[in-house]
Design a protein around this ligand. Structure first.
Ligand code: ADP
Length: 428
């Protein structure tokens, strides 16, 4: 095994309750298939015999409950077998959640007990939050539930591009290669990859998303009983901690899963004491979770945006469009230069309303920004509206007053209202 080794098909035998941890090499994909037994990748069972192709750099594990033989074809950065995993404790959590879903389903007419589990997964960066969320969702979907996945990780983004908070129902176990199908996720655009840029805006958007989901649940007993799995960002100190508490509250979470941090767990237990219906559970972090430094994270963000426009396997063809400045209205939310004290009446404090909507002058500062296309019908609805998708600004011609942008498809945008943040991308 290891980088640079000859590419030959090789079998790997896995004993029961073991996992093969793989990091695909940097340049070429890896093929893998299940020969005997049963195995799953982050909660999704893999079909026997069929070759699966994993893209370069992907990090994942093939786990078996009862034993399996796998075949690998291609080079890996690393691959090794581990017999110590937290999978039993994870599947025990799943079993408890299943019990709650069944109880919720059995009492559809009671507004309280018809609510299935609302699980929020918290912990530092690289503790395996996204992976655990994924397993819990896939195991539930395998049993026929359609739980709602809420992704609040603005740093990475599993449902859509970074800088967003989003939700989508999970109707099938999540595909180990393709991830979550991007049918019609409910997406709110925050526009930054760290919450500190505008924590108030972040809270407003979380609240909007939570309220929209609540409305959807009212009319849908099935998804209400299936509940939610909420993935959070790894920011757990200071403002990050405050935002976690805010999210627990906004989504009415009743199960808090804390990955790999004693201190966070005891802090949460302490503050949530007053809410007896909220369970705080500490779970072990998997030894397989790979740490990613700031540079790797930045790269992952960039790949994610690329994937939005071009597809995972370059299978999408985005369209380059040119339009006049006057056809678009670009807004920024909050921030920006405040009025200097000297310009204000004596005694007045400069107010930086974090959710103030500011119409932006179109100029070359917009170059290489990723903007969201709002569903708002009027500017004053922009903050409370979810977004249809994203465009990427590739050229600004000041003289001719024309903007060139990349969009997932040709044709007119669903709205003239665009939202800008600080999310940039350099197409490579
Ligand atoms: P977090 O959401 O807490 O930042 P992730 O769940 O995204 O952490 O995990 C970090 C990385 O580790 C991901 O690339 C994920 O695929 C990988 N990973 C997680 N668990 C395992 C495992 N058991 N074996 C191999 N890789 C893993």
């Amino acid at each position: 095994a290891g980088a640079g080794g000859p590419s030959a098909i090789r079998p790997v035998k896995l004993d029961k309750e073991c996992e093969l941890r793989i990091e695909v090499g940097p340049d070429t994909p890896l093929r893998l298939r299940l020969l005997t037994g049963t195995a799953e990748i982050f909660g999704t069972e893999i079909a026997p015999e069929i070759w699966l192709t994993f893209p370069p750099r992907l990090k994942f594990a093939v786990y078996t409950w009862y034993g399996a033989t796998i075949e690998l074809d291609g080079t890996t950065e690393t691959d090794y077998t581990a017999d110590e995993t937290p999978m039993i404790s994870y599947v025990n959590v799943h079993a408890v959640l299943e019990g709650r879903r069944n109880r919720a389903k059995a009492s559809p007419n009671d507004s309280d007990s018809s609510q299935g589990p609302r699980v929020i997964v918290v912990g530092p960066t690289d503790s395996g939050k996204s992976t655990l969320s994924r397993m819990l969702l896939s195991w539930a979907a395998k049993q026929g539930w359609k739980p709602t996945f809420v992704d609040m990780d603005i740093g990475q983004g599993t449902i859509t591009i970074p800088g967003c908070i989003a939700a989508t129902p999970i109707e099938m176990p999540i595909d180990p290669v393709d991830g979550i199908p991007l049918e019609m996720p409910l997406v709110y655009f925050y526009g930054h990859t760290t919450p500190s840029v505008n924590a108030d805006l972040y809270k407003v958007l979380v609240k909007e998303l939570a309220q929209t989901l609540e409305r959807q649940f009212t009319g849908n007993a099935e998804s209400r009983a299936a509940g939610m799995v909420i993935n959070t960002m790894g920011w757990i100190e200071g403002v990050g901690y405050e935002l976690l508490l805010h999210a627990i509250d906004a989504f009415n979470a009743n199960v808090v899963l804390v990955l790999g941090q004693e201190k966070l767990c005891s802090m949460l237990k302490d503050v949530l004491k007053s809410k007896p219906n909220v369970d705080v559970v500490k779970l072990q972090k998997s030894g397989g979770v790979v740490s990613r430094n700031a540079k790797v994270r930045q790269k992952a963000r960039s790949y994610r945006i690329r994937e939005y426009f071009y597809g995972l396997a370059n299978d999408l063809s985005p369209h380059s469009n040119i339009t006049s400045f006057s056809d678009l209205s670009v807004y920024r939310i909050g921030g920006g230069p405040q009025a200097p004290r000297s310009a204000l009446p004596i005694g007045a404090e400069p107010a930086a309303d974090p959710t103030r909507l500011v119409l932006v002058n179109i100029n070359r500062d917009l170059l290489h920004l990723v903007l969201a296309v709002s569903f708002a019908k009027e500017p004053d609805q922009i903050i409370s509206s979810n977004v249809a998708g994203f465009i990427y600004i590739t050229d600004i011609d000041i003289q001719r007053k024309k903007i060139t942008y990349l969009a997932p498809s040709a044709g007119e945008l669903p709205s003239r209202f665009l939202i800008m943040g600080t999310l940039t991308w350099l197409e490579t």
